[in-house]
Design a protein around this ligand. Structure first.
Ligand SMILES: Cc1cc2nc3c(=O)[nH]c(=O)nc-3n(C[C@H](O)[C@H](O)[C@H](O)COP(=O)(O)OP(=O)(O)OC[C@H]3O[C@@H](n4cnc5c(N)ncnc54)[C@H](O)[C@@H]3O)c2cc1C
Length: 505
């Protein structure tokens, strides 16, 4: 990352060096210009660039004989992290491109929204998962979005993430690959409903959980100041969750726990005004066993969560409108209605699976091009494979990452690591997915464990305190590092003894 740090430093004095040519001491990087790209040049570069050596903007050149082949990985989610953990860095250099530098342990994200867990307990820096990207000479992590894939030239086009830092405008660069793994995940579905993106908070990233926590605590405090009308107080403290899948249910359970324990104790003045409503078009937890669904419905209702069957038609700044015309005022609106293909995935020219994900064959290759693979929520089996598109789950993403790491290591060991060198290679067994079951918490030390392999299969399904214990133990063992496992255990113990953290930092 030295070159990138150099870039950051130099770009702060960009006015004085505009249009100069700068050769980076690290021989792989040739900066032809530090002029930041205008949107016009951005529009032209992706279509114009046909050769990896075109000096339009800087980048990582194709690997040369004597260097390790380069695996470029897009994303730092479940799939990408598992892949990078398993990749043999004696064989490959690894370059990871992602707009975030950490993996999010999503099953515990809902717990951070109300302070049961701290944010850092669910975020694992990618440099700890694959240390080579922080120190090996040819391996890097680039904080950027991939904007396009030029599969003919084995190259990707990227743009830095600067999050409105005024020291650096978004910067474009390109990276050549020997193998490319697209693990860029999916995006929250809004079904094109007006106002969702502007007014609702999604629950997918740590930043979303932070926003939810800040807003929840802000509303609690605002509702207690003099002059607030009864109606306004009720609106501010009405938390509405859209989507009754596992994430929506778990978040509602966490919120109701927070209200029953912490709000009743520490915001006693407003405790009777705060409510949670969960709106779902169909049944909640539709993929779970019917007995578990009934159990969840009872538990949530007992905890004070209002379950509403409805379809959202419009989202306005302080209220949502349902299809039947009902108006629901809210102070906090959390949107959790499943995922669909991201705009990046939609824009790629690869053949798509049913549902619009990047289409892959049984070995997770994108079959129309050489050396491109895809794993996790962004990919699905092509119709021609005869296999169904797998659900958007961490357990699918993780196992695909593990499988592909083994496959790439095997290809590399057999001399197929370089671009276009594994064409006729025997790959061995295809990726096979076996569902291990689903779990969800519903609050008040209760959870559901459904060990059936599919929605219609028979199998064990249990609910209650024992399931909650299984849920906690299972996720504690799945947390990626010992450091975070320790944080999670300490957070749980601290919350149990002292209550949740309600400071609005
Ligand atoms: C709150 C929550 C709870 C969940 N609970 C469970 C659970 O209990 N069990 C379960 O099995 N599943 C659960 N899931 C689903 C699970 O998290 C996803 O299926 C899983 O994260 C998919 O992994 P992935 O690697 O494909 O994508 P992600 O984990 O979403 O990672 C995608 C990565 O790609 C990066 N990226 C995006 N666009 C680009 C781009 N253009 N260029 C480069 N990088 C890009 C992103 O920043 C991110 O790092 C949950 C999801 C959420 C949101």
């Amino acid at each position: 990352m030295t070159w990138f740090r150099n870039l950051l430093t130099t770009s702060t004095i960009k006015s004085s060096i505009k249009s100069k040519t700068l050769i980076n001491p690290y021989r792989k990087f040739i900066f032809t210009s530090l002029t930041h790209f205008s949107s016009e040049s951005a529009a032209t570069t992706t279509t114009e660039t046909k050769s990896p050596y075109t000096p339009t903007y800087s980048g990582l050149e194709p690997t040369k004989p004597g260097e390790k082949p380069r695996v470029v990985v897009l994303g730092t989610g479940w799939a990408a992290s598992r892949l990078m953990k398993g990749i043999n860095t004696d064989i490959y250099d690894v370059v990871c491109v992602s707009p975030r530098n950490h993996m999010v342990f999503t099953p515990l994200l809902a717990s951070t929204c109300v302070g049961t867990l701290e944010f850092r307990s669910v975020a694992e820096p990618i440099g700890r998962i694959q240390p080579a990207i922080s120190k090996a000479p040819g391996s890097y992590f680039f904080l950027a979005n991939c904007k396009g894939v030029d599969a003919d030239n084995h190259m990707i086009h990227c743009e830095t993430v600067t999050e409105s830092l005024d020291t650096l405008n978004p910067w474009k660069f390109k990276v050549s690959y020997d193998k490319l793994v697209i693990a860029s995940g999916a995006e929250a579905s809004t079904f094109g409903i007006h106002g969702v993106k502007d007014h609702a908070i999604f629950l997918r990233e740590v930043a979303h959980a932070q926003e939810i926590r800040r807003k929840l605590l802000l509303n609690l405090m605002l509702s207690d100041v003099p002059g607030i009308t009864e109606d306004e107080k009720r609106r501010l403290l009405h938390c509405v969750v859209i989507g009754g899948g596992p994430t929506g249910v778990e978040f509602s359970g966490e919120l109701s726990d927070f209200i029953l324990k912490d709000v009743h104790e520490r915001y006693a003045h407003v405790k009777d005004y705060i409510h949670v409503t969960l709106i779902e078009a169909n049944e909640i937890l539709s993929s779970f066993d019917v007995r578990l669904r009934d159990y969840a419905t009872k538990q949530l209702t007992k905890s004070g969560v209002r379950l509403v069957r409805g379809i959202v038609k419009d989202v306005q700044p302080q209220k949502i409108i349902l299809n039947d015309g009902t108006e629901v005022p809210y102070g906090l609106l959390v949107w959790s209605t499943g995922v669909g293909p991201s705009s990046f995935v939609k824009a790629t020219e690869f053949q798509k699976s049913p549902g619009g994900r990047i289409g892959v064959d049984e070995w997770l290759r994108v079959p129309s091009v050489q050396d491109v693979y895809s794993i996790g929520d962004c990919c699905g089996f092509l119709e021609s494979t005869g296999k169904p598109v797998l659900p958007a789950l961490a357990q699918v993403a993780e196992r695909q990452g593990k499988y592909l790491a083994h496959l790439l290591n095997k290809i590399g060991k057999n001399g197929g690591g370089r671009a276009n060198s594994a064409k006729d290679m025997e790959l061995g067994g295809p990726f096979v997915y076996r569902h291990l079951g689903s779990m969800a918490t519903v609050g008040r030390y209760k959870a559901l464990v459904d060990l059936r392999q599919s929605k219609d299969a028979k199998g064990v399904s249990i609910a209650g305190f024992s399931s909650w214990f299984i849920w906690r133990s299972a996720y504690l063992t799945r947390v990626v590092s010992w450091r975070n496992r320790f944080y999670v255990a300490v957070n749980w113990a601290t919350t149990f003894v002292f209550g949740r953290d309600i400071s609005r930092i």
